[in-house]
Design a protein around this ligand. Structure first.
Ligand SMILES: *Cc1c(COP(=O)(O)O)cnc(C)c1O
Length: 255
């Protein structure tokens, strides 16, 4: 019997994908190694990561000037990596405060620069994107597309301005069409809607790379990770494979 899980932890996976992964674990494509044993520096894993990225790009119709990063640390780590990587020379960043997760994102950004809250929501309603008081000189404008803990989802996306839009899509990644070209950066912990825990997907427009503050550790530096194809250090190799199997499963079903 199918199980519908409404738990906030890991997503359920289709049984045919689990069966394929079982075979991958037993042996990765005649290599003599389990998928769990593949070195991240080898050709086999490079192919797994490239296939996953290709399928993601096709699924969301990602423009060519965006990089896809496979990182660790969850969305919670991105809350701090965002200002570390994106503030650059700007004095402030804009945030929409709309519930539990956006409040956490704001709290993590505060040590790195001035945070201006440009719209408030509460437990009953989200602030209409047309009414956000966005500035035109912020480093970026951050919002949470779905406030999981409060059960509230934005049904319209803000317009693009010269200030890059940054979105935490952890709770609704790949669940609906998104105008990706309006965003400077989209990030999502992959365990909520796509695959096993351990992988965080960051989709970033390339002009935003290379502004990390001094001292940003290389594994957390978007530009360094983009240059290294997310292999500055060991990525969560098996979670990337699970993501790849799921992305191809989604494509086979029309997205
Ligand atoms: C679950 C969730 C997070 C936290 O994800 P972690 O991987 O546990 O850091 C962040 N934002 C949203 C919207 C979430 O639903």
């Amino acid at each position: 019997m199918p199980i519908l899980s409404f738990a906030s932890a890991a997503s359920t996976l289709p049984t045919d994908v689990l069966a394929t992964l079982g075979a991958d674990i037993a042996e990765w494509q005649g290599s003599g190694l389990s998928a769990l044993e593949l070195p991240f520096t080898g050709e086999a894993f490079a192919g797994i990561a490239a296939d996953a990225e290709r399928d993601l790009r096709l699924l969301i119709d990602l423009p060519d000037d965006y990089s896809v990063l496979f990182l660790q640390g969850g969305a919670s780590a991105q809350f701090a990596f965002l200002p570390m990587n994106l503030l650059g020379d700007a004095t402030h960043c804009d945030y929409v405060e709309s519930g539990h997760w956006s409040r956490r994102a704001i709290a993590s950004a505060v040590p790195y620069g001035e945070v201006r809250v440009v719209a408030f929501g509460d437990e009953r309603a989200l602030p209409d994107p047309a009414c956000w008081k966005r500035s035109d000189d912020a480093a970026y404008c951050h919002f949470t597309t779905n406030e999981t803990a409060n059960g509230l989802q934005f049904h319209t996306f803000p317009k693009a301005t010269q200030v890059p839009l940054v979105a935490d899509m952890t709770a609704d990644f790949l669940t609906r069409p998104v105008p990706v070209g309006r965003f400077g950066l989209i990030y999502a912990s992959a365990q909520k809607n796509l695959c096993a825990a351990g992988l965080t997907i960051v989709i970033v427009r390339e002009d935003l790379l290379g502004r990390a503050r001094r001292g940003t550790p290389a594994p957390f530096n978007y530009g360094r990770q983009a240059d290294a194809k997310s292999r500055v250090n060991t990525p969560p190799t098996f979670s990337v494979l699970v993501a790849g199997r799921m992305l191809s499963w989604l494509r086979a079903r029309g997205g």
